[in-house]
Design a protein around this ligand. Structure first.
Ligand SMILES: Cc1cc2nc3c(=O)[nH]c(=O)nc-3n(C[C@H](O)[C@H](O)[C@H](O)COP(=O)(O)OP(=O)(O)OC[C@H]3O[C@@H](n4cnc5c(N)ncnc54)[C@H](O)[C@@H]3O)c2cc1C
Length: 293
């Protein structure tokens, strides 16, 4: 019996993971933990250390492809109130790592604070956004971060100032640590102007992305100075299917999935796109989504 089996209120075994992802794909987690407090999170991590179980942090599953066989070890999801709180004091926003970015954006826009509104339409949690430095043409979340509180796999709490987080294009140095809280610095602005920018961003996303289909956002990172979507489109791959998934007709860097899609279908389509883009353009595409395990 694992020490995790004794944490019955917060740990489940063989939990299907597909419902927790935007692609709605993937097998179960050996263990699935939803700690309600930092103490409970540390208790889960302690069990995982003692039993050498791999820890996987799940946000909202918006940038994630989980393989059909599922994930061994323990998947941890931070969705309790302690991890989702949003507090605004002046221009500083303190937010839990499990809070939805969309919720933080509405709260800050309503408070007349600018800085996040152009991230509207990016699904996921604040933890996921910071770990992957989510963003778009107008900027990335990393530029608004003052500091982040993480729990390391050893169970220690550390405060990392922004300059130590190593924000880069769709990446950071957060590594295996768990973001439990972040401090963001925003600025005051005319609420009407902020709302106008938010609406404009949202309309642009709605017209350029397949938002009514199941996807994980952009599959590949943009190579320096190039657009992965344009390279895929120019290779004639829009609409290409493998099994029950296809390259989106609306945005070529999105793969959309359907009821009978398997993760294996998506992985095969990813390989096909990579090899065709490499043959046609001589460019090696790098994955933006995370594949578990
Ligand atoms: C329709 C659609 C549109 C999208 N548009 C954009 C876009 O414009 N720009 C963009 O950047 N992305 C976009 N994405 C991708 C996705 O929204 C972002 O990557 C988002 O930040 C992922 O957050 P998440 O909570 O869902 O993370 P998950 O997908 O759950 O996890 C992603 C990674 O973050 C890690 N992680 C999650 N939470 C934590 C935490 N608390 N501590 C440490 N690590 C953590 C996970 O371990 C994993 O490695 C889009 C996705 C979709 C489905």
């Amino acid at each position: 019996m694992s020490c995790l089996d004794s944490l019955t209120e917060i740990v489940r075994k063989d939990e299907p993971l597909a419902p927790y992802t935007w692609l709605k794909l993937g097998g179960p987690a050996q263990y699935f933990a939803e700690p309600r407090s930092i103490d409970e999170l540390c208790a889960v991590l302690k069990c995982c250390r003692e039993e050498e179980l791999t820890v996987h942090i799940l946000g909202d599953g918006a940038n994630l492809l989980i393989r059909d066989d599922g994930v061994s070890g323990c998947v941890v999801r931070l969705n309790g109130p302690e991890f989702t709180e949003v507090t605004i004091e002046g221009n500083t926003v303190t937010v839990g790592g499990g809070a939805l970015l969309s919720h933080v954006i509405s709260r800050t826009v309503a408070a007349g604070l600018t800085g996040l509104e152009e991230l509207s339409g990016i699904p996921g949690t604040v933890g996921g956004a910071i770990a992957g430095n989510a963003g778009g043409k107008s900027g990335d979340i990393g530029t608004q971060v003052i500091s982040v509180d993480v729990i390391t796999l050893d169970g220690n709490r550390e405060t990392l100032p922004a300059e130590l987080i190593g924000f880069n294009y769709r990446s950071s140095h957060i590594g295996s640590s768990i973001i439990v809280c972040a401090k963001l610095q925003l600025r005051e602005d005319d609420p009407q102007e902020i709302t106008k920018r938010l609406r404009k961003t949202w309309i642009m996303k709605r017209t350029s992305q397949p938002l009514t289909s199941q996807s994980a956002g952009c599959i590949f990172k943009n190579p320096p100075g190039l657009s992965a979507g344009a390279l895929i489109e120019q290779a004639g791959l829009k609409g290409t299917r493998v099994g029950d998934c296809e390259v989106s007709d609306i945005h070529a860097n999105f793969i959309v999935t359907h009821e009978n899609t398997t993760s294996q279908d998506v992985l095969k389509l990813i390989d096909l796109v990579k090899s065709q883009v490499s043959d046609k353009h001589g460019v090696n595409l790098e994955l933006e989504i995370k594949v578990w395990p």
